[in-house]
Design a protein around this ligand. Sequence first.
Ligand code: VJV
Ligand code: CA
Ligand code: ZN
Length: 378
Amino acid sequence: GATVAEHYRPRVSYYMREQAGNFHYGKQHPMKPHRLTLTNHLVLNYGLHKHMDVYEPRRATEDEIREFHAEDYIDFLKRVTPDNQAAMQACFSSFNIGDDCPIFDGMWDFCQIYSGASIEAARKLVSGAADIAVNWMGGLHHAKKYEPSGFCYVNDIVLAILQLLRYYPRVLYVDIDIHHGDGVQEAFYTTDRVMTCSFHKYNGDFFPGTGAIDEMGSGLGKFYAVNVPLQDGIDDRSYTQLFKTIMTAVMDTFKPGAIVLQCGADSLGCDRLGVFNLSIAAHGECVRFMRRFGVPLMVIGGGGYTIRNVARCWTYETGIVCGAELPSALPDTVYRDFFAPDYSLHPQLSGRVVNHNTRAYLNALTARILEQLRYLKG
Ligand code: VJV
Ligand code: CA
Ligand code: ZN
């Protein structure tokens, strides 16, 4: 099991509902809620529940979801089913339903479950009863006020940040999913109370197509959106160095009262949809780095499509937030076969990936972002 390695022992709240792992987006769809079940089994069998308060959160209510989403979009989500979707789409507009965001059985229930957990996690931080709150079910950063997008229907992150803003003057959002955190950025684009900062693959074509470095916010929010566009194959050293340099400057200038960290695991090497080359150790190093600031921290999931690695990554990161050290040999679970042949928390990455982010590119990127942040000073 886990052994405690650090002196700093934050109070950690962990949100999970067993049912969440049983939803299906559809055969062949890359988003697999089963990764949540795998994660949970590893977390429990490592004994990490002894280091946290584990909660089975309630569902978000319609009123709570209305704090961000439009009434008729919510009506649509609530009422549409695989059987009535043709008729529903004829009377409502189609709301961007399609291959990426299919109508599946229990979809609204799934939305209420993952969003309820993020809202509760945020309230737990506000109440002061936890220093860190973890919800691997959440992190669905693409959902918009009026429509679903990129596997995301309800934007639990926006809902959680709205809760945090009731108490904290400034909230920092950090997104290490390989995709741009467009839904969260858009929701807070014109305010200086939320800084959004996304690291992502960007070439104008990779989904969702936004997140260029010159998207910086507008009105009062000008300079409060930070975008870090990256190319294929970024490796551990480049990424962690870039992340730490930028986050140090962000923390120093923005001074948030709370941090929301979206930990999409599709930035890992070997991800089914991803093109980066990060190890679980490097991904986790970003979590460790944000934890060190000692600011109330919400840690949420997101993408991740090679599900054996998603479960490994989020388990490792659950250990990190607890300050626990996990032995590399995975504990036995009923899902042991997923982790063959190595049965290790830290599988070997493929050594054959080329890093298309040159030193010169990364240096120029860093310089531009540090310059953007200088406008916030004073
Ligand atoms: O690239 C796209 C959009 C298309 C249109 C729809 N087709 C299916 C794919 C191309 C332009 N969408 C992305 C969405 C990525 C969402 C990432 C979500 C997150 O990780 O950031 C947060 C949770 C995309 N990439 C790959 C796929 N869609 C994809 C979707 C499928 C699929 C295979 C690939 C949907 C159904 C099936 N296969 C059967
Ligand atoms: Ca991102
Ligand atoms: Zn993603």
